[in-house]
Ligand binder design. Structure first.
Ligand code: TYD
Length: 204
């Protein structure tokens, strides 16, 4: 189905600084007259936010974690993302399915085929129009994480976990260069935002 709105996702390891750039993306689009919905995963709906609380703070098996991520995503797509796109709004999401490949496959070691099966069940081929991948070396992300507020269940993982997450993200970017754009998030914020502006220009 062709939808008039556009779907943009932001990705990166915890500490890459993606949340800082979310507001910039939304403002840039709003200044150009778009209706913009800002959302996040896991979360974005009342049920999804309840699942997020469990995912970030309760211990669970890796497969449970993956299934709950996709349960939240199903709800997010049906209740928020697809209706918004259908009426012509632009949707900007802090994380989406690339995070499941990076964290649950790269980080936790679940087979990529299981994630692909859930992706086709829930998304039927639907994917973001543009994905911004904020990339930083592991030591930079670690320094930013420890400067931030109390760590959640993911943020308490070891450096080796985040190295695997980062590499899984970069593999995805290499496989889908037309959709996923890697931004060097070590640069000053203004330099990163200038690059984001150019990418949005190409989409608008
Ligand atoms: P995050 O996006 O970092 O939010 P905040 O900046 O508020 O901490 O937190 C979401 C966490 O969920 C993050 O550690 C990655 C994880 N996650 C997955 O493991 N798989 C997924 O599919 C998604 C969407 C998120």
């Amino acid at each position: 189905m062709t939808m008039p709105g556009r779907f943009i996702t932001l990705e990166g390891v915890d500490g890459a600084g993606k949340s800082t750039h979310l507001g910039f993306v939304a403002d840039w689009l709003r200044q150009r007259g778009k209706e913009v919905i800002v959302t996040r995963e896991p979360g974005g709906t009342p049920l999804g936010e309840t699942l997020r609380e469990l995912l970030l703070h309760r211990e669970m098996a890796a497969d449970t974690e993956l299934l709950l991520m996709f349960a939240a995503r199903q709800e997010h797509l049906a209740a928020l993302i697809q209706p918004a796109l259908a009426r012509g709004a632009w949707v900007v999401s802090d994380r989406f399915t690339d995070a499941s490949y990076a964290y649950q496959c790269g980080g936790r070691g679940i087979a990529a085929g299981r994630i692909a099966a859930l992706e086709s069940w829930v998304q039927h081929g639907f994917a973001p129009d543009l994905t911004l991948l904020f990339d930083v070396p592991p030591e930079v992300a670690e320094a930013r994480r420890s400067a931030a507020r109390t760590a959640d269940r993911f943020e308490r993982e070891a450096d080796s976990f985040f190295n695997r997450v980062r590499n899984a993200y970069l593999d995805r970017a290499r496989a889908e260069p037309g959709r996923i754009h890697v931004l060097d998030a070590r640069q000053p914020i203004e330099a990163v935002q200038a690059e984001i502006g150019q990418l949005l220009q190409g989409l608008a």
